[in-house]
Design a protein around this ligand. Structure first.
Ligand SMILES: C[S@@+](CC[C@H](N)C(=O)[O-])C[C@H]1O[C@@H](n2cnc3c(N)ncnc32)[C@H](O)[C@@H]1O
Length: 289
């Protein structure tokens, strides 16, 4: 299998998703799938998949959504999961082989630059895999060209940090004990790159999509997929904005930060051992004219 080199416009993200974030996503895959699975399903429902359709799963990661799409489109349909992270795709391929689903393939490719055959998909879908492009206008133009006329785009992305207490609450508790992280450049690739709905609309319309719609989806989620309190704290120290801030600070602060995060999230224990906190995402849909 050809491995995508860490070169080109998304070189930094390719390195990041192979060397830093990818191995963590593989290790935490079950927790992550339980945490964000319900959000992905809302976007998948919005895609309105039918049996026999050809679907591109953009930034498919460890492949849970690709497998679910394959089940929805059935044996007459097909799914191509693409991702820059070879380590995450290894997990996806293993899951795909274990599942024995027909019509399911994975490719180590950059959605912004991959030479996708024009008009070859009915639907382009993504669960949190489209906010990391250096040039989102170019990436979405590439995805639009890969859709047949009338083909659909559907994805879920995060709204801003302040609208996502599941990330903001532990981060602000931690910041009482550590220096704030260097803020990212405005519109820099990252989890909040599509927080501004007007920016998303501009990018998609500029890329040639029509009928762009952003529906706000606000719901409590099981942080870390329903781990117990210690497991939830461990999850939050390893994934998301708090983990990114922690990577930049003195490792000696970790114990104090963990205690502060535990104190902040424990009032949100859901009575079954897990922690539930509010999230806000955009469910974005559009079509290729
Ligand atoms: C937040 S993770 C989501 C993974 C997966 N969709 C899920 O929900 O479990 C973002 C994914 O986007 C991928 N990604 C980032 N930039 C990409 C690009 N330019 N082309 C394809 N995939 C990309 C990452 O490697 C990573 O797997």
């Amino acid at each position: 299998m050809t491995r995508l080199p860490a070169t080109g416009p998304n070189a930094e993200q390719i390195a990041y998703w192979n060397d830093t974030a990818g191995p963590k996503w593989v290790a935490m895959q079950e927790s992550l799938d339980r945490q964000i699975g319900p959000l992905g399903r809302v976007a998948m429902d919005a895609a309105g998949l039918s049996p026999g359709e050809r679907v591109l799963d953009v930034g498919c990661g460890c492949g849970a959504t690709s497998l679910e799409i394959a089940r929805r489109v059935g044996p007459g349909g097909s799914v191509l999961g693409i991702d820059v992270s070879n380590v995450m795709l290894d997990a996806a391929r293993a899951a795909g082989e274990g599942d024995g689903t027909p019509g399911l393939e994975f490719a180590n490719a950059d959605a912004q630059t991959a030479p996708l055959a024009p008009g070859s998909f009915d639907v382009a879908f993504s669960r949190f895999g489209v906010m990391f492009f250096a040039d989102p206008a170019a990436a979405f133009a590439n995805l639009r060209r890969a859709l047949r006329p009338g083909g659909r785009l559907a994805f879920v992305c995060w709204q801003g940090l302040a609208s996502n207490p599941w990330m903001a609450l532990p981060l602000s508790a931690a910041l009482r004990h550590m220096p704030p992280p260097v803020p990212p450049a405005p519109d820099a690739p990252g989890p909040f790159a599509f927080a501004d709905p007007e920016r998303v609309r501009r990018i998609l319309e500029g890329a040639g999509f029509a009928g762009v719609s952003l529906a706000s989806h606000d719901t409590d989620i099981a942080v870390g997929g329903g781990r117990d309190l210690d497991g939830t704290v461990d999850f939050l120290l390893q994934m998301g904005p708090l983990a990114a801030a922690l990577r930049e600070s003195d490792p000696a602060l970790r114990g104090r930060v963990a205690d502060a995060v535990r104190e902040a999230v424990s009032p949100h224990a859901d009575g079954t051992g897990g922690v539930r906190l509010a999230s806000a995402t955009w469910i974005v849909t559009a079509h290729a004219p």
